[in-house]
Design a protein around this ligand. Structure first.
Ligand SMILES: NC(=O)C1=CN([C@@H]2O[C@H](COP(=O)(O)OP(=O)(O)OC[C@H]3O[C@@H](n4cnc5c(N)ncnc54)[C@H](O)[C@@H]3O)[C@@H](O)[C@H]2O)C=CC1
Ligand SMILES: O=C(O)CCC(=O)C(=O)O
Length: 436
């Protein structure tokens, strides 16, 4: 790594636009940060081009017989960004607004994320354009099994290993595992992670992403010398990542002043009772709608609240150039993938806000997915205490490592994460003889 480059991209081929990028999209945000790191690393031009495009993009059409006998056709994707570090790994999301561009960005983020925490996986992501809330459980099962059948040549414990993401869960992973196994004529637990524990899932996987977010948040707080018990926290998104992050920060003695989900934001300046909110959401169809332990606000207002820590744990592009000037948090811990756009980074940096980037902050999920894959392959399962201890240690080491890189090169933690990850991928490419 050259030591004399600072925070600006000077010139050269990295400025060349890469074709097929929609401006201001998640993929454009990913590329802007990749370009910055490539410049610092003086990355080989061919390697830059190679890593700017996914290795493989699969788009499938999924016909599903609905409960009323009609046939509906859904579109599904799987993007493998890169598999040089190992089999590709990444979640599958069900969402009616998922796009191929978004999945391409998410797949690339998986490559960088696995490199940041040194797990031996490449990056992939999947998506199906569907609103799962509009499907019955049987329709959802048929959709999942058909999507998996279309991906039989793609998935595999040594090739590409899915996991849960937005609107997918342990049950969806169980259907994928079963469909794949039936076609292999043997039970193949290691083909997916995030499965139910009884089917070979790992203890601690469900909570792992939120747990990792909290480990990084505590590390960031200690850098700013703020005690967790004196911390006010705002969490956007109350699904797997958001609710666990809120719960674990609450257990640290922090005051969670606002939470939100798709139904809106909920604010209480004296602190929200998180176990009560979680219980409410569980018994209310995973929705906070009607939760009366707080005042209702909008998601936009929520992001702009005065607080020590903001944890965006919903989706991409939530903090952008329009609202970045109004963000008042001291630390943003990115539970979601891509919640801050590249053009908001500079604004937040100038405001002195510390960002713990997604490819570090939410890497706890893929880390315990790796533990799950290892356990499946050994046929030997760990205690929850062992999983959590190893997760916490790895997350803390990764945070400290990136903090050191950021200080060494006078760059932000996000820039440090990209520099570290891309250097690792490029070094692997070189050692494998892909370039001299
Ligand atoms: N589940 C996992 O292990 C991992 C998830 N992530 C990322 O974390 C984010 C959340 O994922 P999960 O918690 O798994 O999904 P989830 O489906 O369990 O929860 C998503 C939550 O966000 C809320 N939401 C959706 N749109 C919203 C909006 N516009 N404003 C406010 N809230 C909104 C939903 O109502 C729900 O509460 C995604 O970006 C995902 O890619 C990252 C790493 C691992
Ligand atoms: O657990 C995994 O394998 C991947 C989780 C994921 O999709 C993510 O980190 O964004």
């Amino acid at each position: 790594m050259s030591n004399n480059k600072k925070n600006s991209i000077s010139s050269g081929f990295y400025k060349e636009p890469v074709p097929h990028i929609t401006p201001d999209s998640p993929f454009a945000s990913m590329m802007e940060r990749f370009r910055f790191a490539a410049e610092i690393l003086e990355l080989n031009e061919g390697v830059f081009k190679y890593l700017s495009s996914p290795e493989k993009v699969i788009m499938v059409s999924i016909p599903v017989t609905m409960d009323n006998g009609d046939i509906e056709v859904f579109e599904g994707y799987r993007v493998i960004h890169n598999s040089i570090l190992g089999p590709s790994k990444g979640g599958i999301r069900y969402s009616d607004d998922v796009t191929i561009d978004e999945v391409k960005a998410l797949a690339a983020w998986m490559t960088w994320k696995c490199a940041v925490v040194n797990v031996p996986f490449g990056g992939a992501k999947g998506g199906v354009r569907v609103n799962p809330k509009e499907l019955s459980q049987n329709e959802l099962e048929r959709l999942t099994r058909r999507y998996t059948s279309n991906m039989l040549d793609v998935f595999g414990p040594d090739r590409d290993i899915p996991a849960p993401d937005m609107n997918t869960n342990e049950q969806v992973m169980a259907w994928i595992m079963d469909t794949y196994s039936m076609n292999q004529k043997k039970t193949e637990t290691a083909v997916v992670t995030g499965k139910p524990i009884i089917l070979g899932g790992s203890k601690g996987r469900k909570e792992a992403t939120g747990r990792g977010v909290v480990t990084c948040t505590l590390a960031a707080l200690s850098k700013l010398r703020i005690s967790p018990s004196k911390t006010s926290v705002v969490v956007q998104g109350f699904g797997n990542v958001g609710s666990v992050s809120a719960q674990l920060m609450y257990e640290q003695g922090a005051k969670i002043i606002a939470i939100s989900d798709i139904s809106g934001g909920y604010y209480n300046k004296d602190g929200i009772n998180i176990p009560a909110a979680t219980q409410y959401s569980l018994t209310n169809g995973f929705s906070l709608e009607g939760f009366d332990g707080a005042e209702k606000i909008s998601n936009r207002e929520l992001l702009e609240l005065e607080c020590d820590v903001l944890i965006p744990a919903a989706k991409e592009d939530q903090i952008n150039k329009d609202n970045a000037p109004n963000i008042k948090a001291k630390i943003i811990s990115e539970g979601a993938n891509g919640p801050v756009t590249a053009n908001a980074d500079k604004i937040l940096e100038e405001k002195g806000i510390m960002i713990v980037p997604d490819i570090l902050a939410n890497a706890g999920g893929v880390t315990v997915s790796y533990f799950e894959w290892v356990q499946d392959r050994h046929g030997y399962f760990w205690t929850e205490e062992r999983v959590n201890r190893r997760l916490n240690r790895l997350m803390r080491e990764s945070f400290d490592n990136l903090f050191m890189v950021s200080e060494k090169y006078s760059i932000t933690l996000r820039q440090a994460a990209y520099v570290y990850a891309i250097d690792r991928v490029a070094t692997t490419l070189k050692l494998r003889g892909i370039y001299a």
